[in-house]
Each structure stands twice: as C-alpha cells, then as structure tokens.
Design a protein around this ligand. Structure first.
Ligand SMILES: NC(=O)c1ccc[n+]([C@@H]2O[C@H](COP(=O)([O-])OP(=O)(O)OC[C@H]3O[C@@H](n4cnc5c(N)ncnc54)[C@H](OP(=O)(O)O)[C@@H]3O)[C@@H](O)[C@H]2O)c1
Length: 234
C-alpha cells in the first residue's frame, strides 16, 4: 500500500512508523504549512496513493475531505470535533464515489469498550435507581470537549437510560492520552467501567487496519462498524 499522511503531528508520525513496519510506502506527508486549506491535495500530488490517513485538526477536516474526494482517493479520518459537518461529508462521499472510514477512536480496546458499555447500559440503564455518568480526561492540547469518543459513548448509552440524570465531566491536563470512565450510581452502590489508553499506538494501528479495509470500497463507514466486521461481532 502507498499512503498519504494528511497531518503530520503526534498521530501522523505514529501512523508513519506503523505503516513502514507493515512494509507500506508513504507517498506524501502534508502539514499545515504545505496544505493550509486543502490546497496541497491535488490529483497530481495524490497520484498512485491507495489511501490517505487524516489526523489534523477540526477546522481542516472538511477542506481535506473535499480535496481528497476531488482527487478520487479513499481515506481514513481520525480527526475528531467535526460531527456538525457530518451531513456535508455524507454528500461529498456519495457524490465523489470515494470510500471513507471515520472514527472517534481507532483503538481495538476502545472498540471493545464500546461493546461492553452498550451491553451494560442495556442491562443497568433500565433501572431508574441508577444514575449514569461519564467522565473523560485528555492532554492539555486536545481541542474538542467532550471528546469524540465520549460523544460516541453517550450515543450508545442514551437510548437505554431510565433515569433522566446523565452527568458528564471533561478534564484537560498534562499529557493524558485518553481516559474514559462510565459509572452507574445508586444509593446502594457504584458500578464503574474504565478504559485507559496507555499511549497513542493503538489509535495508529486501528487507522492502518481501517486503511487496509477501505481499499477498493465506496461509501461512508464508522470504524465501529468496520471493527465489528473484522472482529466477527454479531
Ligand atoms: N480517532 C482516533 O482514534 C484519534 C486518536 C488520537 C487523536 N485523534 C484526533 O486526531 C487529531 C490529531 O491529533 P494529534 O495528536 O496528531 O494532533 P497534533 O499533534 O496537534 O497534530 C496535528 C497535525 O495536523 C497538522 N495540520 C493542521 N492543519 C492541517 C491541514 N490543513 N492539513 C494538513 N495538516 C494539518 C498540524 O500541522 P502544524 O503543526 O503545521 O500546525 C499538526 O502537525 C485530533 O483531532 C485528535 O483529537 C483521534
């Protein structure tokens, strides 16, 4: 595989390391300076690229998707904080005929955690004596809050909650790679589920998995669905 890196920060560099380990080639790397508004992404600069992997910043996502779609290249979008632009992204993907996988969290562990949370919410959430809560902690440079992962978790839980109380807390401090805690609290006890990312490597490995999966496909896919298919979860 020959890939393009759109965004060459903490995540872009890790994706590069894992891609090279897989024997893949990096065709082009674009940062803010080479690609301020998607202008570095052209048919010429993307020639021979099998997939682009995008980890940049929320404001850059839409121009990057538009330009990559114009170039006719499939992509994996890891950047979070653009859920308000989802319908526009759906239109771009369907009109251009590219394939795009997006995900708030590409780590295998977090995708397993999504399954555990969904099951727990179905089990515990129907009991009105339990209030649910969610807390998330990330490093000080994370721009969006709540995290895209936290929003995914809330979407999984909400349909199952009998109690109207759902409290959310966000912490931005130091260099925490990402911690998400889901709790159910009653007068009698507390049930806690916790996912703690130890580093960013798991995110990069999932993005590589998604790039391999999207090759030759069309349409818009949430990584959660891709992961369920790859992991054989019914
Ligand atoms: N889905 C997941 O599993 C997952 C996991 C981790 C992080 N994330 C998300 O991924 C994003 C990036 O995280 P990070 O830790 O890699 O951030 P980072 O270290 O700040 O890197 C972001 C990079 O994007 C570049 N950039 C900004 N605008 C650009 C543009 N128009 N075109 C190309 N590159 C551009 C920046 O370039 P300059 O340095 O020149 O400004 C910087 O190198 C964030 O939204 C984060 O929340 C998602």
């Amino acid at each position: 595989m020959r890939i393009a890196l759109l965004g060459y920060g903490k995540m872009g560099k890790l994706v590069e390391m894992i891609a090279l380990r897989e024997g893949w080639e990096i065709g082009i790397k674009l940062d803010m300076t080479d690609n301020p508004d998607g202008s570095g992404i052209t048919r010429e600069s993307m020639a021979g690229i099998d997939a682009a992997i995008e980890f940049s910043q929320p404001e850059a996502v839409l121009p990057n998707i538009e330009a990559t779609a114009r170039a006719g290249v499939n992509m994996v979008v890891g950047t979070t904080g653009w859920s308000d632009k989802r319908s526009e992204v759906e239109r771009i993907v369907s009109e251009s005929g590219i394939g795009l996988v997006y995900g708030a969290n590409f780590s295998v562990g977090m995708n397993l955690f999504f399954e555990v949370v969904a099951h727990s919410a179905r089990l515990i959430g129907m009991l009105p004596q339990y209030d649910a809560y969610l807390s998330e902690e990330h490093h000080r440079t994370k721009k969006d809050a709540p995290s895209g992962t936290a929003l995914n978790i809330l979407d999984l839980m909400r349909p199952h909650l009998a109690s109207p109380n759902l409290s959310i807390a966000c912490v931005r401090a130091g260099s925490i790679p990402g911690t998400h805690v889901v709790g159910f609290d009653s007068e009698a006890d507390t049930i806690i589920l916790e996912h703690r990312a130890r580093n960013r490597q798991g995110f990069a490995e999932g993005a590589i998995m998604a790039a391999r999966w999207i090759a030759g496909k069309k349409g818009l896919y949430d990584f959660r669905r891709v992961f369920r298919e790859i992991a054989g979860i019914k």
